[in-house]
Design a protein around this ligand. Sequence first.
Ligand SMILES: [Zn+2]
Length: 285
Amino acid sequence: MALVTLKHVLNRACKEGYAVGAFNFFTLENLIGLAKGAKAKNSPVIAMASVGAMKIMGEKTVVGACQGVADDFGIDMVLHLDHATDYDVIRRCVDNGFTSVMIDASSKSYQENVDITARVVEYASRYGVSVEAELGHVGGKEDDISVDEREALFTVPEDAVRFVRDTGIDALAVAVGTVHGFYKSEPKLDFPRIAKIHELLPEMPLVLHGGTGVPDDDFRKAIQLGMRKINVGTELKVHGVFDVSREAYDTEPSHDPRKVASKVIDACAKIVEEKIDVMGCAGKA
Ligand SMILES: [Zn+2]
């Protein structure tokens, strides 16, 4: 079974009104855990490699591992490049077999964002690779800005319509109140804004970044209003991989790394299964 495109899995999600989980991976056990969780729920899954993760693993290793894992588990897996800002990095990923890429020029001006995003779409579409882009700016908890300043970076619905038309993207990441990383206080999603963007762009899959720590009911409501891809990274990184590895290394008397690997795989699979249930993509493989 080959890797599938983002467009392929989100097409059905749009028709049937659910979201597909997109999960970052940093290690092989992490990746296998995503596949195991998706398989258990008979769900499609989006495996996301960040630019930083790829610097450590290498593009060919990432692609080869994903193809192998998707085959071994017999699942529909999208291999997606998360938050790339550099055209050449994206081009190398397209050339090496990624099936989806995100160009994130959301910190640039509207026109610069359109220009580079359109250029990425032009290249990726030649190879049937899907493209996600971001308008407005999601940002991270490390950005030391006030609530007002953050709201000023929220996606403007009318601009979103223009952006989609000007670029030809396959999925649109929107800034509607989430941030990357753990939340200091409960996130406050701007549901009317999500509804408005979806109303103006009913065919465009919307993407929610910063899914770690968003309450399940907020996820459900966001999906009802048009979210079709939800990103979860930090929870896997910290709770799935780091904490579990540390505890297993500290407590495993056999000094056998395979035992540690199995625990990481199962912890990641469990997180993925829980998210899949909330997103509504169980049984949609
Ligand atoms: Zn993100």
